[in-house]
Design a protein around this ligand. Sequence first.
Ligand code: GUN
Length: 302
Amino acid sequence: MAQLIDGKAIAAEIRAELRKEVEDFVAAGNRAPQLTAILVGEDPASQTYVSNKMKAAAEIGINSVTKRISADTKEQELLDLIHQLNKEDTVDGILVQLPLPPHMHERVVCNAVACEKDVDGFNEINVGRMCLDMKSMIPCTPLGVQELIKRSNIETFGKNAVVVGRSKNVGMPMAMLLSSDGKNETSAMDATVTVCHRYTPRSELEKYCKLADIIVTATGIPSLIKSNMVKEGACVIDVGITRITDENGKSKLVGDVDFNEVKKVAGHITPVPGGVGPMTVAMLMKNTITAAKNLAEAKKSH
Ligand code: GUN
């Protein structure tokens, strides 16, 4: 029976470490780190995500502000707001909650956030730097998965990893981190990585998964990963979150993995909820503290 990777507990442990880090940073004469979230429109899921992020920030000692703007705001107005926050000395981290309304261009908006304040790691310069194994802001969900793997002492060096899903914010950066080279300056994983996606035939997906020592799945397709696709002892990380109505008519969250069956063959497994989700928020806090420290350092050397 697989060992459960308790993301909720690990994230709580990380938040406690980060709280101490902020205390030390402030005791050394710095102001508390500051995170500004921009929420465009009234999407209920986005409102919940942003409110959870702000709660976590408060708990750690990070000051946070949410700028709410209406869904019919012109893109240029949003860009002007971002440019203003980029210049603002008291702002360390900026995040624009996604998705954006259809008239806005996500790439243009993500690129407008100054690299050093880009705590989501979505600016194309940070993405490029990550692909080159250079120091950068790394997107919070793949960074959280990397941290779960590290803290669960799962070997990645020379191992076979399969990433299911190639989204720009999760699957792609996850594949980059798993294949990152230990000869470079970043935290290395050195795995052999295969990326499967919507055009990977089902029979091929099964073959690749069966070879994997580590599977990270991020598709939003419930029960995509079945027990016959998992090698005995493999580590299975489930990034999927889908709301379904179960057989009793109750609404609940499920991942991409057929959890009750896969746990019988896997070596390690993350639950949904309580696996990767809380880690994403913890990593956002970590990135905000990193941004605050880098900016304080840069200011000193001027
Ligand atoms: N929407 C869903 N996930 C994310 C995320 O990690 N960051 C932002 N900014 N928006 C999101």
